[in-house]
Design a protein around this ligand. Structure first.
Ligand code: ADP
Ligand code: MG
Length: 589
C-alpha cells in the first residue's frame, strides 16, 4: 500500500514543473494553489482523524495561528517572512500542546466538542483583538520573494506550495511506515493493546495532535502570503468543518486522500457557488446544503472515502525484505531456572457486588508452564488483567521477579518483560502480519516521530522486521508475512498474537486461550513451540480449555471456579481431584 503512494508522490514531483509550464489560465493555477494549501492542512487530519481516530473540527484555528503570526510579524517587525514560518510553528506547537494536554484525555464525543469550542474561541479572539485588526484583519502583506525573485504569486507560488506538500506527504508516509507509525496506527482500536506493547498512547495522541496543528500552521503561513491579507473568516468553524469534510471525502486514512479531497471540494465549492444560485433563482449559500447531503450519503455508502476505491484497485506488492543481515536486537537477561518469576499473592477483584477474583494465590518459577483452568466465567481473564496491570487490584499483591508491581501501568509492566495475548484478538487489521508483529518489538526500539519523518530509522526498522520475521517463522507463519492481518482466519490470528508477544523478548508469557480456533495439527505445533520456549527459559501462564493440550504441556495447574481457587497441583494430582471432576462434569460436590 505504502510504496504505491510513495511512487505517486515521485510522479507528482515530475508533474509539478510540467503543469507550471502548461499554458493554463491563471484561474486554474490559483485553484491549484488553494488545493495545495488545503491539502497540507487536510494531511494533518489524515494523520489525526483518519489514522489516529481523533476527530478535530478545530484545524482552521491552527491555520489561523500560522497566518496571523506571519502577518503580524512581517507588518510590525523587520523579521524575514521566511523566519516567521518557524515562529508561527512554535506558537502553534505551544497552543496545540496546551489544548492537547487538556482535551486529549477526554473520550468519545467530548474531543470533537472540545475542538469546536477551541475553534470558536480562537475565531472570536482573532476578531476582537485590536492588534490583529479585529474582523477586518491585517492587510498589505508583501509577496514572498527570494532576493528579487517574486515567488508569492502564480506559477512560482504553485511550485513552492506543491513541493512543500510533496515533502510533507512523503514525511507523513515515512512516519506511518515506522515504529512510531505502527504505534499511531494502533491508537484507533483503543489503548489496551498498544499499552500492552509498551506504547505510551496518550503521548502519541498529543504528538499527532501537535503534528496536525503544525501542518495547518504551515498552510496558514502560505495562505497569508498568497492572499497578502488575513482576516478571521478563513479560520472559523465553518472552515474547520470544511477541512474535515475534505478529509472524509478523500478518504481519511490515506495521504493521497488529502489531495483528492481538497481538490474535489475546492472545485465543487467554486462551481456550486455559481451554479446553485442560478438554478434556484435567488442568491444564497446553497452549497452548504449540498455538501451536507453529500457528506451523509458518502458516510453511508463510501465510509472510507474516494481514495479507498483507488486503493482497492492498486496491486499489493509485498514489502522488500532487505533485513537478512541486520543486527539482532539486544536481549533481556533471563531469570535463572527455578527462580520465582511471578508470585500472585491473595489477589482480589470486585466489580460492584461481584467478586470476580477472590483471594487467588499461585507462583510461577522460571521455565515453568502453569495452566490456569476453570469453567467460563471463573475469573481467568480477570486474573490475567490483574497480573498484567490492565485492571487495578481491589486487594492483594503481585510480584514479578521479586519486585512488587501492583499499581504499575500495563505499559510499565510489559516493559519489564511480561508479554501477553488477548482472549479476543486485538490487532491492526489493515496492516500486514509482519507489521503487526513488529509492533510487539516496539519497546526494543528507540527511533521516534522525527527520525521516522526524515527517514533516519532505516537500520532500526530492519532490526525490528528481522525479529518479527524470526518470531513468525518460529510459530509456523513464515508464509503469511505479507498478508493483511484482517484477512487471516481465527487460528492464525491467535498465532500472530503469540509471535507479537514473543517479539517483546519476554521472560514471562501470558496466553489467553491460544488454541481456540486452531485445528488439531496446529495445536500440536503450538504445543511444540511452547515446549521450545520453556526450554529457552521462558515461563508461561496459560489459560486454555483444551484439556489434552493443558495436561500435555503444563507443569502445574491452577483451577478456578466462581472466582475462587478450587485446587492446584501437578496435572496428575488435579485430574484425580474429585472437586475438579465435579466442577467440570457439573455434578454436585
Ligand atoms: P473467564 O475468563 O474465566 O471466563 P472472566 O475473568 O472473563 O472469566 O470473568 C469472570 C467474571 O467477572 C464473570 O462473571 C464476568 O461476567 C465478570 N466480569 C469480567 N469483567 C468484568 C467487568 N469489566 N465488569 C464487570 N464484570 C466483569
Ligand atoms: Mg476468559
Amino acid at each position: 500500500m505504502l510504496n504505491f503512494q510513495t511512487k505517486g508522490l515521485l510522479g507528482l514531483v515530475v508533474a509539478i514543473p510540467l503543469i507550471a509550464a502548461l499554458p493554463l489560465p491563471d484561474f486554474w493555477i490559483t485553484q491549484l494553489n488553494y488545493i495545495g494549501m488545503y491539502s497540507i492542512t487536510v494531511l494533518g487530519l489524515v494523520l489525526l482523524t483518519g489514522v489516529g481516530g481523533l476527530t478535530s473540527f478545530g484545524q482552521a484555528a491552527f491555520v489561523g495561528i500560522g497566518a496571523y503570526a506571519t502577518a503580524w510579524l512581517t507588518l510590525n517587525t523587520g523579521i524575514s517572512p521566511w523566519l516567521t514560518l518557524f515562529i508561527g510553528m512554535g506558537l502553534t506547537a505551544g497552543s496545540a500542546l496546551l489544548v492537547g494536554l487538556i482535551t486529549l484525555r477526554m473520550s468519545g464525543h467530548y474531543l470533537p466538542l472540545a475542538t469546536i469550542a477551541w475553534g470558536l474561541s480562537l475565531y472570536y479572539l482573532m476578531g476582537n483583538l485590536d492588534a490583529l485588526g479585529k474582523y477586518d484583519g491585517l492587510l498589505g502583506l508583501r509577496s514572498l520573494s527570494i532576493g528579487d525573485f517574486d515567488i508569492g504569486q502564480g506559477r512560482a507560488f504553485f511550485m513552492l506550495t506543491w513541493i512543500v506538500l510533496v515533502m510533507l506527504s512523503a514525511a507523513v508516509l515515512h512516519l506511518l511506515d515506522s515504529r512510531a507509525g505502527r504505534a499511531i496506527r494502533a491508537l484507533k482500536g483503543g489503548s489496551q493493546m498498544a499499552e500492552a506493547m509498551g506504547v505510551n498512547t496518550f503521548r502519541y495522541k498529543v504528538t499527532i495532535f501537535v503534528l496536525a496543528a503544525l501542518l495547518a500552521s504551515i498552510a496558514g503561513w502560505l495562505l497569508a502570503h498568497f492572499q497578502r491579507t488575513v482576516n478571521p473568516s478563513a479560520f472559523g468553524l465553518k472552515m474547520g468543518i470544511e477541512y474535515l469534510f475534505m478529509a472524509v471525502v478523500g478518504g481519511v486514512g490515506y495521504v493521497w486522500g488529502a489531495i483528492v479531497g481538497a481538490g474535489l471540494i475546492r472545485l465543487l465549492d467554486d462551481q456550486l457557488q455559481v451554479l446553485l444560485p442560478r438554478l434556484m433563482g435567488t442568491s444564497g449559500s446553497y452549497e452548504v446544503i449540498v455538501f451536507g447531503v453529500a457528506l451523509v450519503a458518502l458516510l453511508k455508502y463510501l465510509p472510507d472515502g474516494l481514495w479507498s476505491m483507488v486503493d482497492k484497485r492498486l496491486p499489493r506488492r509485498p514489502r522488500r525484505t532487505d533485513w537478512a543481515h541486520a543486527a539482532d536486537l539486544p536481549v533481556r537477561q533471563r531469570p535463572t531456572p527455578g527462580e520465582p518469576v511471578l508470585e500472585v499473592q491473595a489477589i482480589r477483584k470486585q466489580f460492584g457486588g461481584l467478586t470476580a477474583v477472590n483471594d487467588i494465590s499461585f507462583e510461577i518459577r522460571a521455565g515453568q508452564i502453569v495452566g490456569l483452568i476453570g469453567p467460563n466465567g471463573a475469573g481467568k481473564s480477570t486474573t490475567f488483567n490483574l497480573v498484567t496491570g490492565v485492571l487495578a487490584l481491589t486487594r492483594g499483591q503481585v510480584r514479578y521477579r521479586g519486585e512488587a508491581i501492583a499499581g504499575l501501568s500495563s505499559r510499565d509492566i510489559s516493559r519489564k518483560g511480561m508479554a501477553r495475548t488477548f482472549q479476543h484478538v486485538k490487532m491492526i487489521p489493515d496492516m500486514t502480519v509482519l507489521e503487526n508483529v513488529a509492533l510487539g518489538a516496539y519497546s526494543r526500539g528507540h527511533k521516534g516521530v522525527i527520525a521516522a519523518m526524515l527517514g533516519l530509522n532505516r537500520a532500526e526498522e530492519q532490526r525490528l522486521f528481522k525479529e518479527a520475521q524470526r518470531q513468525l517463522e518460529r510459530i509456523g507463519m513464515g508464509e503469511a508475512l505479507h498478508e493483511q492481518a484482517g484477512n487471516l482466519a481465527m487460528g492464525p490470528q491467535r498465532l500472530m498474537e503469540i509471535a507479537r508477544a514473543l517479539c517483546a523478548d519476554p521472560a514471562l508469557l501470558l496466553l489467553d486461550e491460544p488454541a481456540a480456533g486452531l485445528r488439531h495439527k496446529e495445536k500440536q505445533a503450538l504445543a511444540d513451540v511452547l515446549r521450545q520456549l520453556k526450554s529457552e527459559g521462558i515461563s508461561i501462564l496459560l489459560v486454555e480449555h483444551d484439556m489434552d493440550l493443558v495436561m500435555q504441556i503444563c507443569d502445574h495447574l491452577v483451577v478456578m471456579e466462581f472466582g475462587t481457587l478450587l485446587t492446584q497441583g501437578t496435572p496428575a494430582q488435579v485430574q484425580q481431584d474429585p472437586k475438579v471432576r465435579a466442577a467440570y462434569l457439573g455434578t454436585d460436590h
